[in-house]
Design a binder for this molecule. Sequence first.
Ligand code: ADP
Ligand code: MG
Length: 219
Amino acid sequence: MEKELSISATVSDVVNCLRKMCDVIHANKEYLTELDSAIGDADHGTNMDRGFQAIAKKLSAPVDNDIGGILKMCGMTLVTTVGGASGPLYGTAFLQAGTALAGKQELEPGDLLVAGEAALKGVLMRGKAILGDKTMVDALTPAIAALEEALATGAKAAEALEKASIAAETGMTGTIPIQARKGRASYLGERSIGHQDPGATSSFLLIRTMAETAREIGF
Ligand code: ADP
Ligand code: MG
């Protein structure tokens, strides 16, 4: 049997994916804010869009030839521009992913898991939420588990990310029937039941974008 060519994602693939994330957040700004108006303070879409538009601006200038460095730049940008609970959380996620990929100019499928696990660990440490608290953790945790499982069976990155995206979507809709125990929505107690968590929704959108990009570039 012929050895398969090893497939990797380049710095420009990562920049391309980040640009798409900025577009997706922008396109879903109203939707995310609408979700946050039901159980929060109606700013998740505007918070996220502010942060990702700031990233888009930085990506329009020349960037480092280092994937870790680029992700850290994104993390710093999110920490300083997004505000709310989600700014430090997504900021930490990107900073940790960037630290995990420091110095890399190419990614192999396994690097996605290394970065994803680091990002999730950062969110868990920073926000102290656990699975089932009705937060972004409910989308991120099953996504990383699905990514790990798929990569362990030798799946391509696109296929593994597609599984992660499906798991994130299931986790996202799974936030609807449960009561919030972390963040602003927890102040509503039982009245938070019946609404989809905005942060779990933005996490799903970001993971779906990664899956779509990986498919497009044949990663
Ligand atoms: P804020 O709640 O400060 O207005 P956002 O509206 O931007 O901030 O973000 C709200 C989202 O942040 C929630 O939907 C939830 O997914 C996420 N979130 C809030 N607190 C936590 C936490 N402790 N851990 C993980 N995610 C959290
Ligand atoms: Mg809010």
